[in-house]
Ligand binder design. Structure first.
Ligand SMILES: NC(=O)C1=CN([C@@H]2O[C@H](COP(=O)(O)OP(=O)(O)OC[C@H]3O[C@@H](n4cnc5c(N)ncnc54)[C@H](OP(=O)(O)O)[C@@H]3O)[C@@H](O)[C@H]2O)C=CC1
Ligand SMILES: N[C@@H](CC=O)C(=O)O
Length: 415
């Protein structure tokens, strides 16, 4: 039996899940790999906090990250603490010290993954981050292994469990936005700062990682068209429903004529669209590729054990490499620099929610416009489906509604 010493940074929702799965899977790991993982040290923010003693027996808790990453007996570091700069410095140092690293940190990988991957290659250690996208869904391995020879042309997905949980609870259980978000936080789905979930930053990081693997491209997050779910009202959800639509927190990246079109934000999807029935904390990613057509990957997108399961799969990959003396691998290093656009530059249909209005002009416009395919009125609000609009025509409609009504919201529509 080979003993492998592991150090952890963080022991919260995901970290506790990792300890649980390590304990539960110890016999199976010993039988199949002839390996015993020993978690020696765990760095946390509050080393004196009370922890589950059955899970953490013989583990040393410390408030100093250096105690873990500089311990020469530790071979593998699992980073599940979050943060950007602290995590970067810690992982940089750990890799420099010759340790393989597993992380669930999407912000870090989206923003600094390529640098760390290059360093890991140089130092002949592994860097893996399956848990950073889609929680328990093994989507990064699918993109980097199963689809390696296929050409990916599009990704459309729900990749933030918290915002999908909130919107599903608002629609299906008629819960308030605040109540639903509180539940998502209590269930361990939300980020330390839930603004990252609600405003689409977390989804944007995940789209960046998916694009690194699918298109070899690190997308420019500063220019990305990103919106959150905070502006969606219960009226919009009801209006969409009356038109056979559901509002979902979606990420999209599409390659067209060797250019990339991206979007992060709420999208109205028809009831037949595959993502319409992905509810609660579930995530789902639809991948379109030349050989396979469209394939979908669905599962729990956040939470303790699902996310920890992805960490475990990385841990076993890294261990295989260690045992075979083949460390120095990762998912990929993005090398492409293709031009990026907002998906909204392409012709799209829209679901439009128009706030309370009594303006006759609007009614007359709606009845005569060739661009309106369907409309419902609920009290004094109107909800429309437009025909496919080019960017300029959409801008005209936005201007018209903003002038003639008390405000409107345009949601891209996928059928
Ligand atoms: N929750 C989820 O479903 C998912 C989370 N992730 C990612 O996994 C990572 C961890 O998330 P999660 O487990 O939910 O977070 P938690 O907030 O539950 O846990 C964070 C842990 O890190 C420790 N920690 C925080 N800051 C520091 C620091 N500066 N130095 C040392 N330790 C620190 C905390 O210590 P203490 O316990 O003392 O407070 C805690 O143990 C994040 O990157 C997150 O984005 C990825 C996929 C899903
Ligand atoms: N906060 C994230 C956690 C998983 O990545 C989410 O809600 O999806």
């Amino acid at each position: 039996m080979t003993d492998i010493s592991v150090g952890m940074l963080g022991c919260g929702t995901v970290g506790t899940g990792v300890l649980t799965l390590l304990k539960r899977g110890a016999k199976q790991i010993a039988e199949s790999l002839n390996v015993h993982f020993k978690v020696k040290k765990i760095a946390v923010k509050h080393p004196d906090k009370k922890r589950d003693t059955e899970l953490t027996e013989n583990m040393q808790f410390t408030g100093q990250i250096e105690n873990v990453i500089n311990d020469p007996s530790i071979q593998i570091i699992i980073e599940v603490m979050g943060t950007l700069n602290e995590a970067y410095d810690a992982i940089y140092q750990a890799i420099s010290n010759g340790k393989s690293v597993i992380t669930a940190n999407k912000e870090l990988i989206a923003l600094k993954g390529p640098q760390l991957t290059r360093l890991a290659h140089e130092k002949h250690v592994d860097l893996y981050y399956e848990a950073s996208v889609g929680g328990g869904i093994p989507i990064l391995r699918v993109l980097s292994d199963s689809l390696i020879t296929d050409q990916i042309t599009g990704l459309t997905g729900i990749v933030n469990g918290t915002s999908n949980y909130v919107l599903s609870a608002m629609k299906n259980d008629h819960n308030s936005y605040e109540e639903s978000l509180k539940q998502a936080q209590e269930l361990g789905y939300a980020e330390t700062n839930p603004v990252n979930d609600i405003e689409g930053f977390d989804a944007a990081y995940k789209l960046a990682i998916l694009s690194q693997l699918a298109f070899g491209q690190t997308i420019n997050l500063k220019q990305l068209n990103r919106k959150g779910i905070g502006q969606i009202t219960t009226e919009d959800i009801k209006g969409a429903s009356r038109l056979g639509l559901t509002i979902k927190p979606i990420v999209i990246a599409r390659e067209k004529h060797h250019e990339l079109y991206t979007l992060v934000g709420p999208v109205a999807v028809s009831r037949q669209y595959p993502l319409a029935t992905v509810n609660g904390v579930e995530n789902s990613i639809l991948v379109t590729s030349t050989a396979l057509g469209t394939t979908s990957y669905t599962g729990p997108g956040a939470g303790s054990e699902p996310t920890a399961n992805s960490v475990m799969s990385d841990l076993l990959t890294v261990t295989h490499h260690l045992l075979l003396d083949e460390s120095g691998t990762s998912f990929n290093i993005p090398v492409n620099h293709i031009k990026e656009h907002s998906l909204l530059d392409l012709p799209l249909k829209y679901f439009v929610a128009i706030n309370e209005t009594t303006v006759d002009k609007l009614e007359s416009f709606i009845n005569h416009s060739e661009y309106i395919e369907n409309v419902v009125r609920i009290n004094h609000s109107y909800f429309l489906i437009t025909s496919s609009l080019v960017k300029g025509k959409k801008a005209e409609l936005v201007a018209f509604f903003n002038k003639e009504t008390k405000g409107s919201r345009f949601y891209p529509l996928l059928k």
